[in-house]
Design a protein. Structure first.
Length: 492
C-alpha cells in the first residue's frame, strides 16, 4: 500500500457546507484521508451555510450522508466518530459581513495555523466572501482559498472574479480546482509521455494523424438544472476539463515537474490554439441537446423536462475540432466531445498514429489498421495500444488487430485516492501544480468566447439526440468529413 504522510494541522472552512458538492465529494474525501491517518488530531472542518443548523445537527446530517457516499467497506465506526468530532458549523450569510460573528468566534488568531477556505458556492460570491474574510481579519500568509469551477461565465466575469479574489489573496494562495487534474490517469499522461523514450519521439505531427478527447456521461443534469441552463456543456466541460486534458497531451516537456513549470507549458498550449473565427465556429463545432430516451434500459426524460424549461437552447453535448498551431502539432486536428445522457460513461484520450506509408502485405488476408494509443481516464483507468499482428497458422499471412492492455486496477491493486482527496492535501501543502493559474483560466476563456459569440449571433439551436445514444449525427459528420471516425466500442 502506498505510504501517506500526515499534513500539517489546519482548518478546512467550507462555504456551501450543506451543498451537494460538499456532501457528495468534499466530506467523503476528507473522511477517507482521516481514515488513512493524514489528518492530525487538531484538524477541524467548519461548514458555513445559511441552513438553520447547529454543530450537533450538522454532525447528524453528515453521519447519514457518509453512509450514502462512502462505500460500506471504508466506513469504520471509530474513524466516523473521530471525523464527526472534527466538524463545526457556522450559520451565517456569507455575503453579509455583519453576520459573521459565529464564524469569527470559531477562528481565533493562531500563529502559523493553516486555514483553507473552500468556496463551494456560486461564483458571484467568491469576491464578497474574500472581502469579508479580509475585513474580519481571517486572512494571513498561511491562508489558502480554493475556487470551484466555473470561474466566471465568460472572460469578462472571470477577470472580475480573479481581480476581486486577487485583491485579498496572493496568486500563490489561490487554488482554482479542476478535479480532472487530480485523477490518477490524467496525471499519468505526464509520466506516459516523458518517462518513456519509446513514445516521446513519436509524439508529434510526423507520426500522429489526430487526437480525440472524449468525456461521456450517462447522467443528466439532475438537481443542477437551474445552474446548467445558464451554463451548458461548453462552459461546464470544454472550457476547463477538456482543455486541461488537451494541454497535458500537447504540452512541451518541462525542464522538470515542479510547481510552475507544468503550468507554464500548459499556458503555452492554450495560447497556441488557433482562434475560432465565425466561419470556424460554424464549421468546426457541434451543439446538441438530449431528448427522452433509454439509458441502460431505463426510460429517462429529455433535458427540457429536467431543466423545467420547454424552450431551452442550452447545449448538453459539444463536439469541437481544434488545432494547436506550433511546431510539434501543426496540421494535427484535436477532436473534443462531451455530452450528458450518452450511451455509456467513459472518458478517454485517443492518440491515432499515421498509417504505414506502404502496404507490405498486399496479398494477405485481414486488415492492417493504423496504430492507436487509447488512454482510459474513467471508469476503468488504463491504456491500450492497438496494433496489427500475424494470426498464427500456416498457409499465408493473415493480419489481425490486437492490443496491448494495461489495466491500472490489475497492476496496482491498492485503490488510489480519489481526485478530491489528493487535491485537498495538495492545497494544505501549498502545492499548486495540479491547479489552474489565473492566466490559464483567462486564456481558456479567450479561446471559448468566439464560439459562444457565434452561437448567440446565429441563434444556433442545439441538435436533438435521444438519451442513451452517442450524441447528434452532426458530431459524426464533423470527424468523418476529414476521413476519420470516432473511437467507438473499443473499451467496452
Amino acid at each position: 500500500m502506498p505510504s501517506t504522510s500526515p499534513i500539517a494541522p489546519c482548518d478546512f472552512v467550507v462555504f456551501g457546507g450543506t451543498g451537494d458538492l460538499t456532501v457528495r465529494k468534499l466530506l467523503p474525501a476528507l473522511y477517507l484521508r482521516d481514515r488513512d491517518g493524514q489528518l492530525p488530531d487538531d484538524t477541524r472542518i467548519i461548514a458555513v451555510s445559511r441552513a438553520g443548523l447547529d454543530a450537533a445537527g450538522y454532525r447528524d446530517k453528515v453521519h447519514g450522508e457518509l453512509e450514502r457516499f462512502v462505500t460500506s467497506d471504508a466506513l469504520d465506526e471509530a474513524v466516523v466518530d473521530r471525523f464527526l468530532r472534527r466538524l463545526e458549523f457556522a450559520g451565517i450569510d456569507a455575503a453579509d459581513g455583519s453576520t459573521w460573528e459565529p464564524l469569527t468566534a470559531l477562528l481565533p488568531r493562531e500563529a502559523d495555523r493553516i486555514r483553507v477556505y473552500y468556496l463551494a458556492c456560486a461564483p458571484r460570491l467568491f469576491g464578497p466572501i474574500s472581502e469579508n474574510l479580509a475585513a474580519n481579519g481571517l486572512v494571513d500568509q498561511h491562508s489558502r482559498v480554493v475556487l470551484e469551477k466555473p470561474i466566471g461565465h465568460d472572460l469578462e466575469s472571470a477577470r472580475a472574479i480573479n481581480d476581486a479574489v486577487g485583491a485579498v489573496f496572493d496568486e500563490s494562495q489561490i487554488f482554482r480546482i479542476d478535479h480532472y487534474l487530480g485523477k490518477e490517469s490524467v496525471q499519468n499522461l505526464l509520466v506516459t509521455r516523458f518517462a518513456n523514450t519509446v513514445l516521446e519521439p513519436l509524439w508529434n505531427s510526423t507520426s500522429i494523424d489526430h487526437v480525440q478527447i472524449t468525456v461521456s456521461e450517462e447522467i443528466g443534469v439532475g438537481s443542477r438544472g437551474e445552474y446548467y441552463d445558464t451554463s451548458g456543456a461548453l462552459r461546464d466541460m470544454v472550457q476547463n476539463h477538456l482543455l486541461q486534458v488537451l494541454c497535458l497531451v500537447a504540452m512541451e516537456p518541462p525542464t522538470y515537474v515542479d510547481r510552475e513549470s507544468v503550468r507554464d507549458e500548459k499556458l503555452k498550449v492554450l495560447q497556441a490554439l488557433k482562434p475560432m473565427t465565425p466561419e470556424d465556429a460554424e464549421r468546426d463545432t457541434v451543439a446538441g441537446q438530449y431528448g427522452p430516451g433509454l439509458v441502460n434500459g431505463v426510460a429517462v426524460p429529455g433535458y427540457r423536462d429536467e431543466a423545467d424549461n420547454a424552450d431551452s437552447r442550452t447545449e448538453t453535448f459539444v463536439a469541437v475540432k481544434a488545432e494547436v498551431r506550433n511546431w510539434r502539432w501543426a496540421g494535427v486536428p484535436f477532436y473534443l466531445r462531451t455530452g450528458k445522457r450518452m450511451e455509456r460513461r467513459h472518458s478517454e484520450v485517443v492518440i491515432a498514429f499515421n498509417p504505414v506509408p506502404h502496404p507490405m502485405f498486399p496479398g494477405s488476408e485481414g486488415t492492417s489498421e493504423p496504430n492507436r494509443l487509447v488512454i482510459r481516464l474513467q471508469p476503468t483507468e488504463g491504456m491500450r495500444l492497438h496494433m496489427t499482428a500475424k494470426e498464427p497458422g500456416p498457409g499465408g499471412i493473415r493480419l489481425r488487430p490486437v492490443s496491448l492492455d494495461l489495466n491500472y486496477t490489475e497492476v496496482f491493486p491498492h485503490p488510489s485516492p480519489d481526485a478530491y482527496e489528493r487535491l485537498l492535501m495538495d492545497v494544505v501543502r501549498g502545492n499548486p501544480t495540479l491547479f489552474m493559474r489565473r492566466d490559464e483560466v483567462e486564456a481558456a476563456w479567450t479561446w471559448v468566447e468566439p464560439i459562444l459569440a457565434n452561437w448567440a449571433r446565429t441563434e444556433r439551436v442545439p441538435r436533438r439526440y435521444p438519451a442513451g445514444t452517442d450524441g447528434p449525427v452532426d458530431a459524426v459528420t464533423l470527424i468523418e468529413r476529414d476521413g476519420r471516425t470516432w473511437n467507438e466500442g473499443a473499451l467496452r
